[in-house]
Design a protein around this ligand. Structure first.
Ligand SMILES: [Fe+2]
Ligand SMILES: [Fe+2]
Length: 219
């Protein structure tokens, strides 16, 4: 990273230097440290939550937040493209293209969960409480669709790492050096949201559904 570049970011350092730190990490100049404050929706904050309650929490809080942040990040890239000069345009255009593909993939993943997986989780929960019929899945057990979602979560991590590299070489426009800080902070927020969202599903929601299905003798 050039000194001139750092100077440009420093001019817009209303973020306490977090944008610059992010780019150092993305460029491999600094080790990335997890930020404890980012963990917003800790399931440990929902002690005793049932499968249906946890499903509702993931869908209403994390799916909504993911969609909002994707839209905001995409809007900031579009803005950066409008403001960037010819030398930067190629980089920003590539970032925009990859972000659009990433957003489409995430939307497909959320839709699959909301229309196939989560309704089944709620049916399982109702059956366990004696409030609904025995649920049925065409594939016999939820472990098959869950294994597909697990794989997609891994893909999400890899795709985020690819985007992070592109963001790391993203250069500010001299006309609006603060634009890069706005974009980086929003991208960082999206990354943290997705990491927490995936952790919650992988470590809490999906294991809880598999355990309940097993306990009920289904699948
Ligand atoms: Fe999800
Ligand atoms: Fe997911």
């Amino acid at each position: 990273m050039s000194f001139a570049y750092r100077d440009m970011i420093a001019k817009g350092r209303a973020d306490g230097g977090r944008a610059e730190k992010f780019q150092r990490e993305a460029a491999g100049e600094e080790r990335r440290e997890p930020e404890a404050a980012a963990a917003g929706g800790d399931v440990r904050g929902l002690p005793g939550a049932t499968l249906a309650e946890l499903t509702d929490f993931v869908e209403s809080r994390h799916h909504w937040a993911t969609r909002r942040l994707l839209a905001e990040v995409e809007a900031l890239v579009a803005e950066a493209m409008d403001n960037s000069g010819p030398l930067q345009c190629g980089n920003v255009a590539e970032l925009r293209r990859k972000l659009e593909a990433f957003a489409a993939e995430i939307e497909r993943h959320l839709f699959e969960e909301e229309t196939a997986l989560f309704p089944y989780f709620r049916e399982l929960d109702a059956f366990a409480k004696g409030k609904g019929p025995r649920p049925h899945l065409f594939c016999g057990s939820v472990r098959y669709p869950i294994s597909e979602r697990w794989k997609e979560h891994e893909d999400t991590g890899e795709n985020l790492a690819g985007l992070r590299k592109l963001v790391g070489v993203y250069r500010p426009s001299p006309a609006d050096p603060e634009a890069i800080c706005r974009f980086i902070m929003k991208f960082r927020e999206l990354e943290e949201e997705l990491e927490e969202h995936v952790r919650l599903e992988n470590e809490d929601l999906f294991p809880m559904a598999l355990e309940l299905e097993k306990r009920l003798g289904i699948g």
